[in-house]
Design a protein around this ligand. Structure first.
Ligand code: AVJ
Length: 323
């Protein structure tokens, strides 16, 4: 298992990394865009941890409270002897809450694109749960992957917290849910965190915090491009923009060019008009109804929903529909 491999995926003939190809494609498209999964280099992951502790950023706090307050009830949806597969595990902090209440889980498979935390967290989890099989997988969970052979005969439960589903366009969210259904198999359960539609003021504040941490997180993408792709972005001439698009029920994050300028990336020149933006992230918000409809249309039946008292965030249990 390639848990410790840290080699970037390169194109077999051009030698370009996937990151390089995606960045060049995004910056030469109109409108310009970059995929939010690239926020999470070491500095970006650190900044995201800081975001989760901000007073304005309610999602992490709400979701942790929901998981803490309802752990036993949520655990009842996880079958006996199950393998718990987490999509995008990061620090496994949320899985720990679930695992503490779900002693019937036989194996935990954290799946993450970055091996940094994966190996260290796996060791700690093995220490804390000596009878739990911990089988980390370093892979892009949005692409098809094989589960470890050791869990082949176990019933499966998926875990997808953090409202990461909100980063997908609704049609991509549907594809992801179908993909998760194929990986998890017949009769599987999926425990998923979904951020909810709410007052625009609260949403805007959560993505444009007073301390400027989210701005740093957004701009770090340019720092990463400068470092890894020979970029020449001048960070002072781009600004962080985040706003709730109520028609599309999503937060949009952009990096706006403060002036007309050029930047080089991998030897290519990218032109910016004054005010032109790079669209760096969407974070879709759902109502219980709209997410229920999405789930049902994507091969899953919603069976339980837990929310915080303010109904800011939800954790939902879905069961795979029979084919
Ligand atoms: C990790 C995708 C859930 O959309 O709220 C936080 C990322 N971006 N602040 C989100 C994020 C800006 C976050 N997700």
């Amino acid at each position: 298992m390639a848990v410790h491999a840290r080699v970037a995926q390169r194109h077999p003939t051009t030698g370009e990394s996937q990151f390089a190809r995606d960045v060049l494609a995004g910056l030469t498209a109109r409108p310009k865009w970059l995929a939010p999964k690239y926020f999470y280099d070491r500095a970006g992951a650190q900044l995201f941890e800081e975001i989760t502790a901000l007073p304005e950023y309610y999602p992490t706090r709400c979701e942790l409270a929901i998981l803490r307050d309802n752990a036993a009830a949520i655990a009842r949806f996880v079958p006996d002897g199950a393998a718990l597969i987490e999509f995008g595990s990061g620090s496994s902090k949320k899985a720990r809450l679930l695992l503490a209440a779900a002693s019937q889980v036989a194996a935990y498979v954290p799946v993450d694109i970055s091996s940094e935390m994966l190996a260290a967290e796996a060791d700690e989890l093995r220490r804390d749960h000596p009878r739990l099989m911990v089988l980390p997988l370093e892979t892009d969970f949005t692409k098809p992957f094989r589960l470890p052979a050791a869990v082949a005969a176990m019933p499966r439960a998926g875990f997808f917290p953090g409202s990461t589903i909100g980063n997908f366009e609704p049609h991509e969210a549907c594809s992801f849910l179908r993909h998760a259904g194929r990986i998890l198999g017949k009769g599987a359960t999926l425990i998923i965190g979904v951020d909810l539609v709410k007052d625009a003021k609260l949403l805007n504040a959560a993505y444009d915090d007073a301390a400027g941490v989210t701005a740093k997180f957004n701009l770090n993408l340019l720092t990463r491009i400068n470092r890894e792709l020979d970029g020449t972005f001048d960070l002072d001439s781009f600004s962080h923009e985040a706003f709730y698009n109520s028609e599309r029920r999503r937060i949009e994050m952009h990096l706006a060019s403060k002036k007309r300028q050029k930047a080089r990336v991998c030897g290519r020149v990218i032109d910016f008009r004054a005010g032109e933006t790079i669209h760096t992230e969407n974070s879709y918000k759902y109502t219980l109804e709209s997410f229920g409809a999405l789930a049902r249309g994507s091969g899953w039946t919603p069976v339980a929903v837990w929310t915080d008292a303010d109904r800011y965030f939800s954790v939902q249990a879905l069961v795979a529909q029979d084919e």
